[in-house]
Design a protein around this ligand. Structure first.
Ligand code: AHG
Ligand code: MN
Ligand code: MN
Length: 347
C-alpha cells in the first residue's frame, strides 16, 4: 500500500488543529513560505545558468552571481510574506534593521526571522544551500511589530525550519510537535512527506567543523576534537570528519545521521572571542529543530535556546547534534576556565 500522499500544506493544517487557540495564521504563514521556497529553488537550480552567461555571452563574475541570488532570495521571501496579514514584522540576515510590514497591508500575530540564502558562497560549486526561518508570536499588543518582538530567546519559538536546495528540494520544520521532512515533487509542485518524525541518534560517528580554523579554537574545543580522533570505546574507530561549509547541508546530515556540528568562536584573541553564526536566524532555529529531534545545542556553557539576544545580528558559538556527543563537549568546557556569566568570554 503506497504511503499516504501527505502534503506539507495538509500536515501544517493538522499540526495547527493541535493548537485549540490557533487562528490559521501560522498555517497561512508557512504556506506562503513554501511558495517562496519553490520560487527560490527554481532560481537557484537554473539561476546559475541564466546568470553565468550574460546577454553578450561572456562568463559572469561569480561574485555578482552569488550576490544576485542572495538578493533574489531576500526579495522573493519579502514579496511572498509582506501582504498575507500573518506577520507584524520581519528580520533578515540581508537587512540591518527590522523590516516593517507596509502600512497598506494588515498586520498579524507572528514575527518571521530568516536567512534567505545560507551557504551562498557554495553556489558556484553546485553544493546544497538553503533558507532558514524562525517564527515567534508577537509580544507587542498591536500595530507595527517592534525590536522587542524580535529579540527573543530560542525557547520561545513557535516554529522553525529550513529549505534545502540540493539534489532534491526539501523542507524540514517543527511547530514543537516533532520534526518532519517533505521532499518537493517537481511534477506536481508539492512538498510530500518523506521523513516522518525525524529523530537524531543519541550518539554519532561524524564530526563537522572547519579544521582550517584550528589555530583560532579555544582549548576545550581543541581537546574535544583531539578526543574524537581517538578510537571510540564503542566502535573502536575514530569519528570521521564531514564538512561542506553550508550550515543547512552540514546540519541536515547531522540531524539525520547523528554526530556533532561545531562552529566555535574565533579565539585568536581570548579576550575578544569572535563567533560567526548568527543567533536569531541561523543558530536558534536549528537548535529548536535539533531539540525537537531529541538532540542538543549548546554554546559550550549554556543551552542555545536560553540565550537572550541583545541585537538583531548577534553571533554565538554553537555545538549541536547527538545528545551524548554534545554533553561530552560541555564537559570539556566545564573543565576549562570559561566565564559562565558570559559564555563567549573567558575568566
Ligand atoms: P551565509 O551564506 O548565510 O552567510 O552562511 C554561511 C555560513 C554557514 O552556511 C556555514 O556553516 C558557514 O558560513 C561556513 O563558514 P566557513 O566558510 O568559515 O567554514
Ligand atoms: Mn547563513
Ligand atoms: Mn545567508
Amino acid at each position: 500500500m503506497s504511503k499516504s500522499m501527505m502534503t506539507v500544506q495538509r500536515h501544517i493544517l493538522e499540526q495547527e488543529r493541535a493548537h485549540p487557540q490557533a487562528t490559521g495564521d501560522l498555517t497561512g504563514l508557512l504556506w506562503d513560505l513554501t511558495i517562496a521556497a519553490k520560487v527560490i529553488s527554481h532560481q537557484v537550480n537554473r539561476g546559475g545558468l541564466a546568470d553565468i552567461v550574460g546577454e553578450t555571452g561572456e562568463a559572469n563574475v561569480t561574485g555578482d552571481l552569488v550576490r544576485r541570488l542572495d538578493w533574489i532570495a531576500q526579495d522573493t521571501i519579502y514579496r511572498a510574506m509582506d501582504h498575507g496579514g500573518h506577520l507584524c514584522v520581519m528580520v533578515s540576515e540581508e537587512s540591518p534593521d527590522i523590516i516593517p510590514i507596509p502600512a497598506k497591508f494588515p498586520k498579524g500575530p507572528y514575527v518571521l526571522l530568516y536567512d534567505p540564502l545560507d551557504g551562498s558562497s557554495n553556489i558556484e560549486a553546485n553544493v546544497s544551500i538553503g533558507t532558514i526561518f524562525s517564527v515567534h508570536r508577537r509580544i507587542s499588543s498591536s500595530g507595527d511589530g517592534t525590536l522587542g518582538d524580535c529579540l527573543r530567546r530560542g525557547s520561545e519559538q513557535i516554529a522553525a525550519g529550513y529549505f534545502l536546495y540540493g539534489s532534491s528540494t526539501m523542507i524540514v520544520y517543527t511547530t514543537g510537535q516533532g520534526v518532519y521532512g517533505f521532499t518537493l515533487e517537481p511534477s506536481i509542485g508539492e512538498f510530500i512527506l518523506s521523513h516522518e518524525r525525524i529523530l537524531t541518534p543519541p550518539k554519532g560517528k561524524y564530526y563537522s567543523i572547519n579544521e582550517g580554523n584550528v589555530a583560532a579554537w579555544d582549548e576545550p574545543t581543541r581537546r574535544y576534537i583531539e578526543y574524537l580522533k581517538q578510537k571510540d570505546a564503542a566502535t573502536g574507530r575514530p569519528y570521521s570528519l564531514r564538512y561542506i561549509g553550508s550550515l543547512v547541508a552540514d546540519f541536515h546530515r547531522t540531524l539525520l545521521y547523528g554526530g556533532v556540528f561545531l562552529y566555535p568562536a574565533d579565539c585568536s584573541n581570548p579576550q575578544e572571542p569572535k563567533p560567526k553564526l548568527r543567533l536569531l536566524y541561523e543558530v536558534a532555529p536549528m537548535a529548536f529543530i535539533m531539540d525537537q529531534a531529541g538532540g542538543a545545542a549548546t554554546t559550550g556553557m549554556q543551552n542555545v535556546l536560553d540565550v537572550q539576544p541583545i541585537s538583531l545580528h548577534d553571533r554565538v558559538p554553537v555545538v549541536m547534534g547527538s545528545t551524548q556527543d554534545v554533553r561530552v563537549y560541555e564537559k570539556f568546557c566545564a573543565d576549562s576556565n570559561r566565564d559562565p556569566a558570559n559564555p563567549t568570554r573567558f575568566k
